[in-house]
Design a protein around this ligand. Sequence first.
Ligand code: IMP
Ligand code: MG
Length: 194
Amino acid sequence: MIRQMPSSPTTGPPDVAAPRTAQPRVLITADDLQRRVGELAAAINRDYAASERLICIGVLKGSVFFLVDLVKRLELPVAIDFFQTSSYGGGTSAGEVRIRKDLDLPVRDADVLLVEDIVDTGYTLRTILDLLRWRGARSVKLCALLDKVSRREVEVPIDYRGFEIEDLFVVGYGLDFAERYRNLPYVGVLEEGK
Ligand code: IMP
Ligand code: MG
């Protein structure tokens, strides 16, 4: 049985403790992840070939593994920077996202590629995309590894999308459950009784 969990981990660890031995069921293999990252990087290399100033921006901590694998495959001059966010109150559904760590770099007149692990309700990305435009970025696009499209509450256009997934709580390749499992090389689903 697949354990469905409320997808609001930005508000803190969920109240269900994962058994120490729980081994997530593989949803996307490490090979499939690497192949898809290569395809996304090829598209980005083509689309930004003429860009003079590209900044890839990740949202800590989940996007780190994906961002690193992606930028290693870019054959462009590229800078990287990070936001860290959390949501106010009891969940992301309130739609108020707090910036806990801001960028180091100015984005004015830069081509910004926001790199995210997963788009769920869309509130986090909506907030960040609006902020980057407001700060005067020349262009802003979104590259998301995973898209839980059935959970979307606010519209967020994804320019480069890795995989569409069902409404499952996933871990690995940067994604955590109470800060665990980020280091798995694959994307998995926690199952009950293991
Ligand atoms: P949002 O609901 O689109 O604002 O997503 C906020 C954040 O919740 C994402 O960037 C992830 O860090 C986290 N998140 C959403 N779904 C999952 C999941 O299935 N596993 C782990 N983290 C998730
Ligand atoms: Mg995230």
